[in-house]
Design a protein around this ligand. Structure first.
Ligand SMILES: [Zn+2]
Length: 449
């Protein structure tokens, strides 16, 4: 097997991926906080880590890869939304989790092996907090439990921040009861109106960072291979996860590789709920097949910003429509040459540019390239619908009169070159798009069926 390189945020360089345990690859990705429809910015980690999951499965066999992605179903934003909309928290999180799952399906994402919900792991979070208090890494103050950042000398390693600078830069609020402004909350008290669980420190609820430390440990162990999420999670979320897990488990290697996808931007500004410059994934469903968004996103390298505009989707839609001409049910082994870009820190732009070359060769009648194209599309989660389903779906319909004429022209050339496989393929394609053709007196007529 060729070496698989991944960029590790922790070391700030590409490293050869070496699993901690043979034939047992473990990956944790921070999942959504379920309070509202996911937007296009949220789609990016879903697509990127789905791609990584697929590659790991290919390299190490699917039964040897465990992918855990949590659902954060307790959080201040959830409480706030439930109050605003006057809907019970359990009801809200259930509805939004359903939206999220629908979106994952739309984007063609494989299901993770485990999808733990925070509210179902409160006892693990309480245990972890107890342990940190016992080991003197955390302290209790008026029903709150805080992590004592000063006790962990490696704090700031992932985000490349120095504790002194963080202390100097942080605002101290009057109500603060922390020893140090950079200390973060592990557990906080809940009022009667807020959801809460009994704990040694009174009725309360966990801090967000604690959730991921507790759930990753439960399903992947104290040390695992890959921890992923969006760039905005590096600090403080992942930094705090590292502090909690390394200190509780006396390790310095909670997760070995830290991977972060870049932002989705709109006019160079990060797409976010708070800025209001977002488009929900749901809004795209009536216009585009989910594969279109997947192809568009993968056309940019995952660590680069992905600048959102409609043209990108229109282009991806056209490309996918063309590539579908060579859809094949059969899957073949992908050439090393075609696979290699993915092994270089998921270089999807290069991979996709190779797919364009395969398409060109396939168009000239090279069957092997056509098969490579189809199988290579499947590897990155494209071609998840067969040709018939794709063609009959109204949102994938691309065919207008010009395109019909172009295809007929291409078919005539193919026929002149005696490339009957290709000419039949075009007939099939048109047929599947509801166009019937008839060759008569040296001319080809077409009509809508
Ligand atoms: Zn997390």
């Amino acid at each position: 097997m060729n070496k698989f390189f991944l960029y590790n945020t922790l070391s700030r360089q590409k490293e050869v991926f070496k699993p901690k345990f043979e034939n047992d690859i473990r990956m944790y990705v921070c999942g959504p906080t379920v309070y509202d429809h996911p937007h296009v910015g949220n789609a990016r980690p879903l697509i990127v880590f789905d791609l990584l999951f697929r590659i790991l499965q290919k390299l190490y066999k699917s039964e040897n890869v465990t992918y855990v992605r949590n659902i954060t179903d307790i959080d201040d934003k959830i409480i706030e939304t439930s109050q605003k909309q006057n809907i019970e928290i359990g009801q809200l999180t259930k509805i939004v989790t359903k939206y999220f799952h629908d979106d994952c399906l739309y984007l063609g994402c494989l299901n993770p092996n485990v999808e733990p919900k925070a509210t179902e792991h409160i006892s693990e979070m309480i245990e972890l907090t107890k342990k940190l208090i016992e080991l003197n890494y955390a302290y209790v103050e008026s029903g709150h439990v805080y992590f004592d950042v000063m006790k962990y000398e490696d704090y700031g390693k992932l985000s490349n921040k120095k504790i002194d600078e963080l202390v100097a830069g942080s605002r101290v609020e009057i109500s603060e009861i922390k020893k140090n402004p950079v200390d973060f909350v592990l557990w906080k008290p809940s009022t009667d109106q807020e959801p809460g669980w009994n704990s040694p420190w009174g009725k309360g609820r966990p801090g967000w960072h604690l959730e991921c430390s507790a759930m990753s440990e439960k399903y992947l162990g104290k040390e695992f291979d890959i921890h992923g999420g969006g760039l905005d999670l590096i600090f403080p979320h992942h930094e705090n996860e590292i502090a909690q897990s390394n200190c509780a488990n006396s390790t310095d290697s909670f997760a070995k590789y830290w991977m972060h996808n870049g932002y989705v931007t709109v006019n160079k500004q990060k797409m976010s709920k708070s800025l209001g410059n977002f488009i929900t994934i749901d809004e795209l469903k009536s216009k585009y097949d989910g594969q279109v968004l997947r192809l568009a996103m993968l056309s940019t390298h995952y660590r680069q910003p992905f600048d959102w505009n409609d043209k990108i989707l229109e282009d991806a839609k056209k490309i996918l429509g063309k590539w579908y001409e060579f859809y094949s049910q059969e899957t073949i082994e992908i050439n090393e040459e075609n696979l290699n870009p993915l092994l270089d820190d998921l270089n999807t732009p290069l991979y996709i540019s190779n797919l364009h070359s395969l398409y060109d060769k396939a168009s000239k009648g090279d069957r092997q390239s056509a098969m490579q194209l189809s199988s290579s599309c499947k590897l990155i989660g494209l071609f998840n619908k067969d040709l018939e389903t794709w063609s009959s779906s109204t949102i994938s319909k691309l065919i207008d009169e010009n395109e019909i004429k172009n295809l007929l022209h291409e078919r005539n050339i193919a026929r002149e070159q005696k490339n009957f496989a290709k000419s039949d393929q075009i007939r099939e394609l048109l047929n599947s798009k509801g166009i019937a053709i008839e060759d008569k007196d040296g001319k080809t007529n077409w009509k809508y069926k």
